[in-house]
Ligand binder design. Structure first.
Ligand code: GDP
Ligand code: MG
Length: 163
């Protein structure tokens, strides 16, 4: 339970894309029927000689906005409890949303190390736009493109320092 890196954030920001990049074929098979667990996927990853478990959240609960929001809140609370490090992913193409602000507040109140991953930074213009996310107040803010992988190495270098 000690080397868990949890990826949290709103739907569609790119959590599963990063997760799949980190996990490849090493998907853990979780045989558990609880709804919250069903909404989490665990896999093993390696970086800089460290082995750790990555958790992807929010994959399967797809109902109303209300269900989304409470599901995201519970995923964030579980991450705060179980993870060693939390990657909070946001999306440069939507900018900062109310739900991003809410999650940011929950994470700031926790004492877990949090890495803000501003995703979909595919080009230079988006890198300029991405600077607005510094206002969420996370000292550890990284800009990446999970699709191309650019910037993900720098994020992982920092994250596995905690492993
Ligand atoms: P999740 O709901 O947070 O797990 O998001 P997904 O990983 O399912 O991605 C949502 C959508 O964003 C998909 O169409 C992805 O292909 C796309 N996406 C993910 N990462 C990037 C990225 O770095 N750049 C761009 N342009 N699209 C991305
Ligand atoms: Mg997903």
């Amino acid at each position: 339970n000690n080397n868990i890196v949890a990826i949290v954030g709103r739907p569609n920001v790119g959590k599963s894309t990063l997760y799949n990049r980190l996990i490849g074929e090493r998907q853990a098979i979780i045989d558990d029927i609880s709804g919250v667990t069903r909404d989490r996927q665990y896999g093993t990853s390696f970086w800089n000689g460290k082995t750790f478990t990555v958790v992807d959240t929010g994959g399967f609960v797809k109902n109303s906005e209300d269900v989304f929001e409470s599901a995201i809140r519970s995923q964030v609370n579980i991450a705060i409890e179980e993870a060693r490090v939390i990657v909070f992913m946001v999306d440069v193409t939507t900018g900062i949303t109310d739900l991003d602000e809410e999650v940011a507040g929950m994470l700031r109140r926790s004492d877990k190390p949090v890495y803000l991953a501003v995703n979909k930074v595919d080009n230079h213009n988006r890198l300029i736009e991405a600077n607005e996310f510094w206002s969420l107040g996370f000292e550890n803010t990284f800009f990446l493109s999970s699709i191309t992988g650019s910037g993900s190495g720098e994020l992982l270098d920092a994250v596995v320092e905690h492993i």
